[in-house]
Design a protein around this ligand. Structure first.
Ligand SMILES: C[S@@+](CC[C@H](N)C(=O)[O-])C[C@H]1O[C@@H](n2cnc3c(N)ncnc32)[C@H](O)[C@@H]1O
Length: 269
């Protein structure tokens, strides 16, 4: 990992996107410096905490759906904190959940939260190089040769450049078995280039050392090839889980809704 990026995520005197996210979700695993950025984000976009919650609810839907599809191993990249609303809390008993995140502080907190829970694991790993997680001897032991798995990239694609996303998709495709699927969340699709809110949010993430990458849904689809977009196509998270949008301002609907951020899709082989 880029040394500068590593320094910024370990350093508790500098904000980290993962801990900011935790604060906006109502969590307690964050520092003063994270809370200050989170409050600034809330000033710019008061709907942001609700949007993050929606992202989590949709992730729960993903977890239940992939197990309905018969997959009993879920490998999740850039997991954030495994609090009470995360994947392992909604899957049938016996499902193996492998979480990962590249922020060592998040990983430390995550292991405290999970304790010695059965079938749930948490590793430090970079979603830009999924091969590192997949090739870990501990992970290979857990999998026991299984390759038909659900792969999840939720709430992270905007942190990856086009090249990084394409590389990750290629590695996951080559590694995984024919029945595998990739649940993918496109966070920053098609937000209007001139939208002033977009510029302010981008500037904040840039300052944290984790710049955001916007791309259209079509661009995301192309970068994920040879994965094939499932028959449901990309679905706005508003429709994926359902949410009362009447509480949102017009600008918030634009930023988060159709034509804005927040889409999900299942990719298959
Ligand atoms: C917005 S949270 C998403 C958490 C969870 N996936 C969800 O959707 O609820 C983003 C997480 O991605 C992590 N992250 C960002 N870039 C990453 C990377 N390249 N590799 C692994 N984790 C990353 C951050 O540390 C943070 O915990």
């Amino acid at each position: 990992m880029n040394e500068k990026r590593r320094e910024s995520i370990v350093d508790a005197s500098r904000p980290s996107a993962g801990r900011v996210y935790d604060y906006l979700l109502g969590g307690h695993h964050n520092f003063e410096v994270d809370r200050r950025v989170a409050e600034r984000i809330k000033e710019i976009l008061p709907f942001m905490p609700k949007a993050f919650m929606l992202q989590r609810w949709c992730l729960q839907d993903v977890a239940m759906e992939v197990t309905r599809r018969g997959l009993d191993v879920i490998i999740d990249f850039a997991s954030g904190l495994p609090t009470q609303d995360h994947i392992h809390t909604v899957v049938p008993a016996g499902t193996i959940v492998i979480y990962s995140d590249y922020d060592p502080v998040v990983v430390g907190y995550a292991r405290d939260i999970l304790g010695d829970m059965q079938n749930v694991y948490y590793f430090e790993a970079d979603a830009r190089q999924p091969e590192e997680l997949l090739n870990r001897p501990e992970v290979q032991d857990i999998l026991g040769g299984r390759r038909d798995v659900a792969l999840v990239m939720w709430g992270v694609s905007a942190f990856l450049s086009d090249d990084e996303l394409a590389h990750a998709a290629q590695v996951l495709y080559e590694w995984s078995g024919p029945r595998s699927c990739l649940a993918f969340n496109a966070q920053a699709a098609d937000v209007d280039e001139d939208n002033p809110i977009r510029h302010k949010i981008h500037a904040l993430y840039e300052q944290m050392g984790t710049p955001l990458h916007n791309r259209s849904l079509e661009r995301a689809r192309l970068l994920l090839q040879p994965w094939r977009l499932g028959p449901e196509g990309f679905t706005s998270l508003f429709d994926w889980h359902g949410i009362d949008t009447s509480v949102m301002t017009e600008m918030e609907r634009k930023v988060f809704g159709t034509g804005g951020a927040g889409y999900g899709a299942y990719f298959v082989k």
